[in-house]
Design a protein around this ligand. Structure first.
Ligand SMILES: C[S@@+](CC[C@H](N)C(=O)[O-])C[C@H]1O[C@@H](n2cnc3c(N)ncnc32)[C@H](O)[C@@H]1O
Length: 311
């Protein structure tokens, strides 16, 4: 079967934003099909290094086929970068971290993981299918309130309770197993269908975010980036939905704001330094050009945010 290629989003812009140094050390936390990683590698000199991370074992196989001694491949979640970099004695030495969030075209269309409601597949939805429990097993057990909350919190689905209720009713008669089982249930639960957005989009997004712990992984990575990056190290993150973007924006804002200390307050320079947690400088926000969106419609919701560690 022919594999569908992943079209990289904001490729040139995100690599430029890393300001790659010839012999610098970089992390690509979302290797995928390696489009960003390959471009980083092409810019590295003999002493440079790229740590390529992905939680999907299939991506790790792709990474393993790259013959280049500047790449170090790590199978696992980018949320653990602090642990990985500690192990490699690289804490505070990384010159740039790149994340291109979400799933790749391969995961969506080729791996039969149940990410897409356009195909009837086993409803697994794990990016790392060597860990955890597939979604269909959870849907056959979870209680109505928890399920409804997931659909609301991660999908902003206004019919969350109706969908949750239909799922509970359905599974009393028959176990939920596939994407199409779920699609049928959602279709019955939604009274009015929007012409411009598929009725299952929000629920599928919510369940994917939930099962892969996506938002918590981002929060953990952001916190760790402060100890992993070197001075002037860059943090460049491409997000694809408002939930992700809000977290990134809030984090960058928090660590780039200065605390205003009223003049004349009897407080030492040393104390000011201690309580001032300004660690980042926000550099830029970039969205895809009109041309990129025309050539790759999936890029339309992308936002690249860039910050630099200042101390
Ligand atoms: C959009 S794709 C990246 C595509 C890649 N930049 C390219 O152009 O080839 C996102 C990748 O990140 C991986 N991923 C998502 N969340 C992850 C996490 N918490 N830790 C590690 N990898 C993750 C997915 O498995 C997927 O392969």
């Amino acid at each position: 079967m022919k594999l569908e290629k992943h079209i990289p989003v904001l490729l040139k812009e995100s690599i430029k934003s890393l300001n790659i140094k010839n012999n610098g050390f970089y992390i690509d936390g979302t290797f995928g099909q390696g489009n960003h990683s390959k471009l980083i590698l092409s810019k590295l000199g003999n002493y440079g290094k790229l740590y390529a991370i992905d939680c999907d074992y299939k991506s790790i196989k792709i990474a393993s086929s790259i013959k280049n001694n500047k790449i170090k491949i790590i199978h696992g979640s980018f949320s653990n970068i602090e642990k990985y970099m500690k192990k490699h004695n690289m804490l505070g030495k990384i010159n740039g971290i790149l994340l291109d969030l979400g799933i790749s075209n391969l995961q969506l269309n080729n791996y039969k993981r149940g990410f897409s409601f356009m195909k009837d597949e086993l409803l697994d939805m794990r990016m790392d299918n060597t860990n955890g429990i597939p979604l269909y097993k959870i849907l056959n057990k979870i209680n109505i309130n928890e399920l409804s909350l997931i659909l609301k919190k991660y999908g902003e689905e206004k019919f969350c309770y109706r969908i949750a209720k239909k799922i509970i009713i359905y599974r009393k008669k028959k176990k939920i197993r596939t994407t199409f089982d779920l699609l049928k249930i959602i279709s019955k639960a939604i009274p009015i269908k929007n012409k411009f957005k598929h009725y299952a989009t929000k629920s599928f997004q919510a369940l994917r975010i939930f099962i892969n712990n996506e938002l918590n992984n981002i929060k953990k990575l952001l916190k760790s980036s402060l100890s992993v990056l070197s001075k002037n190290g860059r943090l460049s993150i491409i997000s694809f939905n408002s939930l992700e973007d809000r977290i990134i924006k809030k984090f960058m804002k928090k660590y780039s704001s200065k605390i205003n200390i009223p003049q004349g307050l009897p407080i030492s320079e040393k104390k000011i330094k201690e309580i001032n947690f300004t660690k980042l400088k926000i550099l830029k926000k970039i969205i895809p050009s009109h041309n990129e969106i025309i050539n790759n419609i999936k890029s339309r919701s992308a936002i690249l945010r860039i910050a630099e560690k200042i101390n």
